[in-house]
Design a protein around this ligand. Structure first.
Ligand code: FE2
Length: 385
């Protein structure tokens, strides 16, 4: 089967070049921003400010000269979340929301050279989204460029070394109308993609060949299955490990995988969840719950033998139990994590809250409990069969 990402190269009578992985040809400094296309950005921005504690820092829309869309830029810790909605029915944003519902359009990557990043990835087979472009205002200039990844999702390379404005040229600084009350979110830990059955390896190959990532971990359907459903997952990471992208595909089980449910409702491959890191997950989750963010429910018996499974941890089990926070251990330490329910009407995108205490893994020991919790939600939605 021909990888999706090589289609345009065939059209150009070119061939992808498999480069040796000896050097990191695509240095990435971190996640620059995550942009969601949503039905109503003004109200989504209010939700992420009041419930999630983000601060509004910038805005673009009719007042800044945009005709077909508006965007609210929110920030907490190092995380920038951009919420964009259409102003006209023929805006591409409207079409995206019509098809996918609210969803992640862009995972932007912070680079030192957006032109070089574009040229190097396109040379290796990336489908261009837009050429390197420099935007300038009184705060300096930003150069950015874009390539396609799975589904209709984009990676945008952002070089902001010469910029000290609120977000980027074209946006004006903005302030929350209510005082921002952060919940302790620090940075984007990883972004997970769901792709169609049989396509996981192509996208792993895309990240390896086109972006110079390395395969970090493989989970097969024996690792990730319950009595009823299964999925497979491979995690790729860039050279310095700042960017980690698990890629999931559905696997055959007795009932319908959560990945199938996602694909049915998102109508294509796309971002399944964004994991955001905190230094104090008990505080973060307590605050989020107080403000109405709803999380997956893992049955209470998860905690009964937790100590035997995990060993000694610094947190009080009673606090974890009260907040339904999960724990897993690997060779290097442990991690605490919890998934929200979907954050929009369709059962698609959700967030993970994660605190790492040495562990660099993804909570394999919790997969079964989490997936049973998701199956419970699926059964309520009638999407398990
Ligand atoms: Fe995750």
């Amino acid at each position: 089967m021909k990888p999706y990402y090589k289609h345009h190269l065939d059209n150009q009578q070119a061939t992808a070049v498999a480069m040796p992985n000896s050097e990191d040809f695509l240095p990435l400094n971190g996640t620059d921003y995550v942009e969601m296309y949503v039905g109503n950005a003004k109200q989504a921005a209010y939700y992420y400010q009041t419930a999630w504690g983000y601060e509004l820092i910038a805005y673009a829309g009719l007042e800044t000269g945009l005709k077909d869309r508006c965007s609210y830029v929110l920030k907490q810790g190092k995380i920038r979340l951009v919420l964009t909605a259409a102003l006209t029915p023929d805006s591409p944003v409207a079409e995206h929301v019509r098809r996918h519902g609210d969803g992640v359009k862009v995972i932007a990557l912070w680079v030192n050279d957006a032109e070089y990043s574009f040229n190097e990835t396109v040379k290796r087979g990336a489908m261009p989204a837009f050429e390197p472009t420099t935007l300038t205002d009184e705060f300096g200039s930003i150069t950015y460029s874009g390539i396609h990844t799975y589904g209709e999702t984009l990676h945008i390379f952002v070089d902001r070394a010469n910029y000290n404005g609120a977000f980027m040229p074209g946006f004006k600084p903005a302030q929350s109308l209510i005082a921002a009350s952060p919940v302790g979110l620090q940075y984007v830990d990883h972004c997970v993609g769901n792709v169609e059955l049989g396509h996981m390896n192509e996208w792993v190959q895309f990240y390896e060949e086109v972006m110079g990532f390395k395969l970090l971990i493989t989970f097969d359907d024996n690792d990730i299955s319950t009595e009823y459903t299964a999925l497979m997952s491979k995690v790729v990471s860039n050279g310095n490990g700042y960017i980690k992208f698990p890629i999931n595909e559905p696997a055959k089980g007795r009932k319908k995988s959560q990945i199938d449910e996602y694909l049915d409702f998102y109508r294509s491959a796309g971002v399944q969840h964004i994991a955001v890191a905190t230094n104090d997950i008990i505080h973060t989750v307590t605050e989020l719950r107080k403000r109405g963010v709803d999380f997956l429910y893992v049955p209470d018996n998860y905690y009964d033998d937790l100590m035997e499974r995990i060993g000694v941890i610094e947190e009080d089990i009673a606090d974890l139990r009260k907040n339904n926070i999960l724990v897993d251990r690997d060779d290097e330490g442990y991690l605490l994590q919890l998934f929200t329910k979907p954050v929009q009407d369709r059962p698609t995108v959700f967030f993970e809250i994660i605190q790492r205490k040495g562990a660099k893994s993804f909570g394999k020991g919790n997969f079964k409990a989490l997936f049973e919790a998701i199956e419970h939600e699926q059964s309520l939605r009638g999407t398990l069969d």
